[in-house]
Write a protein that binds this ligand. Structure first.
Ligand SMILES: Cc1cc2nc3c(=O)[nH]c(=O)nc-3n(C[C@H](O)[C@H](O)[C@H](O)COP(=O)(O)OP(=O)(O)OC[C@H]3O[C@@H](n4cnc5c(N)ncnc54)[C@H](O)[C@@H]3O)c2cc1C
Length: 428
């Protein structure tokens, strides 16, 4: 039986980064992956969705070329061709992960891992069953699409996000159940390609855990794009027969059963995600990171976990959040945001910004929250073009405890979209 210092289960952003980080420290590492290297992020998450979003953006840009005195015309969309291009990109990125693992001398086994005991894993490959042993085992097994009660995915009419990313034709009508980030992104993408989308959410607002001001503005923006938005919907399937496809994106569920956690007495939470305290589980040599712990459901928090578990660190950084609608929305709050009691807000709009006018992107605003006592910037919410990039500077500002007074002494490139952030702080 092969013996390793470290065995990592799952090769998504949590797993492959963790394996590489341990290998760089001179450890003998193996990673086990049942599907493709790169996990959800590369194969059926971040990368495919953003590729399709970009394709839709290009289509929108072409149709707006007349605003710049340019004439252009668009041939009918061949969605299969877009999916082929997306698949090619994914394939290349997956190869990139394989190269990184090889360069760092990480052994890769293709198969499904489960615990035999706290130091041994059983791995079912396509052709055989093998056992390996390791001093430390890191669970980075990710998560899966979750349906709604009493509805099973049939992957034909009732589809999950992976099915949606592989449709070869744009459906005429689609009901999207769940208005979290994934539901909003896929609604926006399919609507941009001509699908009549109805987006339903059981909670009182779309993006249930987001600032209500931002969620309301986004609702209006989606409605202007022809998406029928219904929040606070108690019967999400009321007229199910009138839709060609029903995409259910009602959160993520655990896949820990396959790991046979009972064989090592591993503690799980009430949704069967692995219970952790700073990445440690109740079994002394077993750790868990990324989606498998239900503490983030983001590729970059998973990647941060992959550093922290190796370096024995804890993460206390503000986490930016982005949703790729048209335009995108983004937000970030200080980790201790809820402790501030005297908070003032300032807003500035994209329409009042020269660069946004030049880009023909007049929708949206930036809102800033300031602690009225220390004058520290403690929250930023953006709906508008390049929100996904602008939020990065906002995150740095919050992380470095910058005050409004510090920011007003800084120079902002003109004409730039960042000027909106500065203007918003002036309006506090
Ligand atoms: C449609 C969609 C869009 C998304 N967009 C974004 C985005 O824009 N930005 C962002 O930050 N996040 C996004 N996410 C979330 C992001 O993809 C995940 O948070 C991230 O991939 C989690 O990384 P992970 O390594 O923990 O798990 P995963 O990426 O899920 O990787 C886990 C891996 O473990 C493997 N595995 C599981 N069990 C076993 C086993 N028993 N044996 C062997 N292998 C196993 C799985 O096959 C998988 O490859 C998106 C998700 C979805 C679904």
């Amino acid at each position: 039986m092969n013996k390793y210092d470290i065995a990592v289960i799952g090769a998504g952003p949590a797993g492959y980064n963790c394996a590489i980080n341990f290998a760089k420290k001179g450890k003998k590492v193996v990673i086990i992956e049942k599907y493709n290297l790169g996990g959800t992020c590369l194969n059926r998450g971040c990368i495919p969705t953003k590729f399709l979003w970009q394709a839709a953006s290009v289509k929108q840009t072409i149709s707006k070329s007349y605003e710049y005195g340019l004439k252009s015309s668009l041939e009918p969309v061949n969605f299969q061709e877009i999916i082929n291009k997306k698949n090619k990109l994914v394939e290349n990125l997956v190869k990139g992960v394989a190269r990184l693992l090889t360069a760092n001398k990480v052994d890769v086994i293709k198969g499904t891992a489960s615990f035999k005991n706290k130091n041994e894993l059983n791995i079912k490959t396509e052709t055989e069953e093998i056992n390996i042993s390791a001093d430390k085992i890191i669970i980075a097994a990710g998560s899966e699409s979750k349906s709604i009660p009493n509805i099973e995915y049939d992957h034909q009419k009732y589809i999950d996000s992976t099915d949606a990313l592989n449709l070869t034709e744009v459906p005429k009508t689609m009901l999207v159940i769940g208005a979290g980030a994934i539901g909003i992104e896929l609604s926006s993408i399919f609507a941009a390609f001509g699908c009549k989308v109805t987006l339903r959410e059981i909670c009182p607002q779309i993006l249930p855990s987001e600032d209500s001001d931002l969620a309301q503005e986004l609702s209006r923006v989606l409605a202007r794009q022809g998406i029928k938005v219904e929040a606070g919907c108690t019967d999400t399937l009321k007229d199910k027969d009138s839709f060609e496809k029903i995409l259910i994106v009602a959160g993520r569920k655990s896949n820990s059963d396959e790991l046979k956690p009972e064989n090592v007495g591993l503690n799980l939470d009430n949704r069967k995600f692995v219970s952790t305290q700073n990445y440690s589980t109740n079994v002394d040599n077993i750790f868990a990171i990324g989606d498998a712990t239900a503490k983030g459901f983001l590729a970059y928090t998973a990647e941060q976990d992959a550093i922290n578990v190796v370096e024995n660190l804890q993460s206390k950084n503000p986490v930016p959040k982005v949703v790729f609608s048209f335009p995108p929305v983004a937000s970030v709050k200080a980790v201790d945001y809820d402790n501030y009691k005297d908070v003032v807000f300032g807003k500035s709009t994209f329409i009042s910004n020269a660069r946004a006018q030049i880009e023909g992107q007049r929708t949206g605003w930036i809102k800033v929250a300031i602690d009225n006592i220390s004058k520290k910037i403690i929250g930023v919410w953006i709906i508008g073009v390049n929100a996904d990039e602008l939020i990065e500077s906002a995150t740095m500002i919050i992380k470095s405890n910058m005050k409004v007074t510090d920011l007003s002494k800084d120079m902002f490139f003109h004409p730039g979209l960042s000027e909106i952030l500065l203007e918003a702080t002036k309006n506090c």
